[in-house]
Design a protein around this ligand. Structure first.
Ligand code: SAH
Length: 407
């Protein structure tokens, strides 16, 4: 669910779906308390069918849905795992998720969605706290140190990053802590301390100190290498991400000549995969760390026809439109809130032949399609990619083409 809010707490997100969980589920002991797996009561084929029909209905006024691409083995797909730390009523240290909309911490030791290695690392850290005299943070009293642990596991590289989110910058005996942790999990390639001293629902603060390794991990998708820093957005389900990106490239119909804009580009993943098939690519992204990772990734992959800009995608589009720039294809992948009217109005002015819209929220997608389909674009096709099995979340790729400006 935290697909686009890379700093939000991993709160369970149990919004209502048309089919409510009715009973406890033997797949997960905290199914009801956590609320993160809204569709756990359905078997996987039924989940895919449910999502497909929901999407089909929403997109019906605009165009046709090709289908919903599911996973063969839909468990343990999350390669980024967050755990909040605290104490239960008896004072025992627990780690897990906040129950949706509350500050009640639900203890989660194993999760059907999460990478098992990441879960094991979190449990090891929980077990180490006592001997290192590390107290968990208590929001009510503003006392204690450890707030969250974030683990990212590289899909192809197996590199593992552990981020310890602390209330204040000093981790007692940090070198011994790293040593003890790596003794249990030698696969860990980097450990970062992140300082979050604010009373906020954001997980990560702004200050960071690398206490082991390079401070980032690398991963590979579709033959390209990507650098991932603690605060950069990177899709949580890498297997399905490859499928998603392949669909984007297929829909973009690149011939090798086009000028492509990758808007909301994160670490530049989509643009970098598109670049060898395009004339050139411009990426635009708000998060500075992600842009830094994108630039490093382009250098590493020796992609020379890509440029990245840091800033608001809407502002950037307006500037391009005002300058009379030409863009052939726009690839856009906005956060859950969808795109802005500023962005869409400038896009219409720029008149790219094709727009490939990647969305993690069908409702804002439908809203934006309504706008674009009223201003010279037509939805040619769309497909769902199940990036978040067992949850209600739906990812979509849509191809729009300009009616006046046929290929
Ligand atoms: N395409 C990338 C990232 C998609 S997530 C990928 O597949 O990995 C959406 C991205 O939009 C995030 O990186 C977020 O930081 C960025 N973002 C959010 N609001 C933005 C804005 N107004 N302008 C530009 N980028 C924005």
């Amino acid at each position: 669910m935290d697909r686009r809010s890379n700093q939000n707490t991993r709160s369970a997100g149990g919004h209502s779906t048309s089919r409510k969980p009715k009973k406890e589920n033997n797949l997960c002991p905290v199914y009801k308390k956590c609320g993160g797996c809204q569709l756990l009561h359905m078997d996987y084929a039924a989940q895919l069918h449910y999502k497909k029909e929901q999407l089909r209905t929403l997109l019906k006024p605009y165009g046709k849905l090709e289908g919903m691409l599911g996973m063969e083995a839909p468990e343990h797909y999350r390669h980024k795992v967050h755990a909040a730390f605290g104490r239960d009523k008896r004072g025992n240290v627990i780690s897990g998720v906040y129950k949706e909309g509350t500050h009640t911490l639900v203890s989660v030791e194993k999760c059907l969605l999460e990478n098992e290695k990441a879960d094991a690392i979190i449990q090891t850290i929980r077990g180490m706290l006592k001997s290192f005299k590390i107290k968990t943070y208590d929001e009510d009293t503003d006392y204690g140190l450890l707030r969250h642990v974030l683990v990212r596991v590289g899909y192809r590289t197996g590199q593992i990053m552990v981020v310890l989110v602390l209330r204040s910058p000093i981790l007692p005996s940090k070198n011994n802590f790293v040593k003890a942790l790596r003794k249990e999990h030698p696969e860990i390639t980097t450990v970062v301390v992140n300082v979050n001293d604010k009373s906020t629902s954001m997980v990560l603060g702004e200050k960071e100190q690398v206490i082991y390794g390079p401070g980032y991990i690398e991963d590979e998708l579709l033959g390209m290498k990507f650098k991932i820093s603690p605060r950069s957005f990177y899709q949580v389900n890498p297997a399905q991400t490859e499928l998603l990106y392949q669909k984007v490239i297929e829909y973009a119909e690149l011939s090798g000549k086009e000028r492509v804009l990758d808007a909301y580009c994160g670490t530049g993943t989509i643009g970098m995969i598109a670049a060898p098939k395009a004339g050139n690519v411009i990426g635009v992204e708000l998060n500075q760390d992600a842009v830094r990772d994108a630039v490093a990734g382009a250098r590493k992959n020796q992609v020379e026809n890509i440029w990245f800009y840091q800033g608001d995608a809407g502002d950037f589009m307006v500037k391009m439109a005002d300058a009379g720039e030409k863009v052939d294809v726009v690839l856009m992948d906005p956060p859950r809130t969808g795109s802005s009217e500023k962005f869409l109005a400038a896009l219409v002015k720029l008149k790219p032949k094709r727009v490939v819209y990647v969305s993690c929220n069908p409702e804002t997608l439908a809203r934006d399609l309504k706008y674009l389909c009223g201003k010279g674009y037509r939805m040619k096709k769309g497909v769902g990619v199940d990036m978040f099995p067992f949850t209600k979340h739906v990812e979509t790729v849509c191809l729009l083409s300009n009616i006046q400006n046929k290929k």
